[in-house]
Design a protein around this ligand. Structure first.
Ligand code: GLU
Length: 504
């Protein structure tokens, strides 16, 4: 079988990470099976279109490294790939269903339907447009042919509805969920074609999946309720249906309910792959400093795992080990801390040079220009402490500027009357060292401490306070070797002066 799958988003706003995961699983499945991955834009609901959303989807997939084989930018033999550009196709298929008696024209106005809904509600019921009531409503099944033809020709707005059969068990299979049976009485006569001349999602989706020769429909669980109708539509057209796989929901970090577009703002982590710049703007993983490989790795494991302990997967490894059968049935809880953990892992795998190049940009924006070789050394000292390149600044600011303040808590605990004298001795030791490398400075300073019988902790803590301003940062001798002898001695003198004044 020539596997063909599609990701079929509606451009109604930024693409949620759940949507990105759907795209990813389709992509992995396609690659794994030497198949084709199609991007189809489902924009037939013109009232919900949001300008910029289509480009956003394309940009997001590109950032994730999800490569589209056929789509609006790539082209392909089954285009156009934007449904509004296929408008002319769908009317014909609605007509086919009508001619077969599988669909009908309905003339009920939105106001009439609203009234029916409200009346049912008052009686504690839900109004369903179906076999039980359709004969009492205004459609080509209840009216005489002469009547409905006249209404249609007079230009009255109408829709085409699917004629859902009465009391029938609909059987179908889902790769993830197994065999499912639904009674048709629980379903309504869905609108397939609207009065604005556009198909609804259901008709366009089935027709396009058929025309684009889609073999597997892999999509979010929220579409499972539509599946019985889709299965019926395939039957009515006499087409072989593709295989279906409905992916589990992404849940909020506390496991209570679906991760929604609003959760990101509330909980402080992005729910979108890249920054959404329109109207109510929203944060993206890209701008938060995530590597696309880390983001993709994290997403892939939300709802799937190969059944081993392995957690770090390159895209190639994901493709290699992916199978729909291993996708979980139950929802996957999104864990923002785990997302950071993934980025941490990918950051550690980068070379110091690569990280230094990124960090250099951050420094440039601060007006700091530093040699790349120095930055490489710096990155080597602190990368284990950070999840993101942007966090390196907070770990290293004191490399670039001498402290303005000295942590009072450290002064209280670590500063005694004889500390200034010891620090002056230390300065003299440092001044006499030929090569200011971490190894040699460490050796000389430790020898001096031993000879004098000083307490190493006391000396080193005070030393750090003078150079860094607080008790933080990497190895002291790495720091002083990086900033150099001149700067180290300056900081000791300046610190002694400032702390001396504070104490006076
Ligand atoms: N247009 C639908 C969506 O926005 C596609 C659902 C499907 O894949 O069938 O998610």
């Amino acid at each position: 079988m020539n596997v063909r799958v599609r990701f079929a988003p509606s451009p109604t706003g930024p693409l949620h990470i759940g949507g990105v995961r759907t795209a990813l699983y389709n992509y992995l499945f396609a690659r794994k099976n030497n198949g084709t991955f199609i991007l189809r834009i489902e924009d037939t609901d013109q009232s919900r279109l949001v300008p910029g959303a289509e480009d956003y989807i394309i940009e997001s997939l590109k950032w994730c490294g999800i490569k589209v084989d056929e789509g609006i930018t790539e082209g392909g033999d089954f285009g156009p790939y934007r449904q509004s550009d296929r408008k002319e196709i769908f009317g014909k298929y609605a007509d086919i269903l009508i001619s077969r008696g599988e669909a009908y024209y309905a003339f009920d106005t939105p106001e009439e339907l609203e009234k029916l809904r409200l009346d049912s509600e008052k009686q504690g019921k839900t109004f369903i447009y179906n076999a039980a009531v359709r004969n009492m409503l205004k459609n080509s099944l209840s009216l005489t042919e002469a009547e409905w033809k006249e209404m249609k020709e007079s230009g009255l707005p109408y829709v085409v509805r699917y004629k859902m059969p009465l009391n029938e068990e609909i059987h179908f299979d889902d790769i993830i969920r197994g065999h499912i049976v639904v009674n048709s009485d629980t379903l309504d006569d869905k609108v397939l074609f609207k009065s604005d001349g556009m198909p609804t999602y259901h008709l366009a989706n089935i027709v396009d999946d058929h025309l684009m020769k889609i073999t597997h429909v892999i999509r979010g669980e929220e579409w499972l309720p539509s599946l019985p109708l889709h299965v019926m539509l395939y039957r009515s057209f006499g087409w072989e249906a593709p295989l279906f796989a409905h992916l589990p929901l992404l849940l909020k970090p506390d496991g209570k309910g679906k991760l929604s577009k609003r959760d990101g703002d509330k909980m402080g982590f992005p729910v979108f792959p890249v920054y959404w710049p329109y109207g109510e703007t929203a944060k993206g993983y890209r701008e938060e400093g995530y590597y696309p490989e880390a983001f993709v790795n994290m997403l892939a494991l939300l709802g799937w795992n190969p059944g081993t302990e392995q957690e770090i997967f390159s895209m190639e490894e994901l493709i290699d080990s992916f199978s729909i059968e291993k996708v979980h049935k139950s929802g996957s809880r999104f864990d923002p801390e785990k997302a950071k953990w993934f980025n941490h892992q990918y950051l550690q795998k980068k070379s110091n040079r690569e990280i230094a190049m990124e960090f250099r940009e951050i420094l440039r924006a601060k007006g700091i220009h530093q040699d790349i070789v120095d930055l490489e050394k710096l990155v080597g000292m602190v990368k284990e402490r950070v999840n993101f390149v942007k966090e390196i600044w907070n770990e290293t600011d004191f490399f670039f500027r001498s402290p303005e303040t000295y942590d009072p808590e450290v002064i209280r605990k670590r500063w005694s009357n004889d500390t200034p004298q010891k620090m002056l001795e230390l300065a003299a030791v440092l001044e006499g060292i030929n090569e200011f490398t971490p190894e040699i400075t460490e050796r000389e300073v430790k020898t001096w401490i031993q000879e004098k019988g000083y307490n190493t902790g006391a000396v080193m803590n005070a030393f750090r306070l003078l150079v860094v301003g607080a008790s933080r940062g990497p190895h002291m001798f790495e720091i002083i070797s990086w900033i150099g002898r001149h700067e180290t001695l300056n900081r000791i003198r300046k610190g002694l002066e400032v702390i001396g004044k504070i104490q006076a």
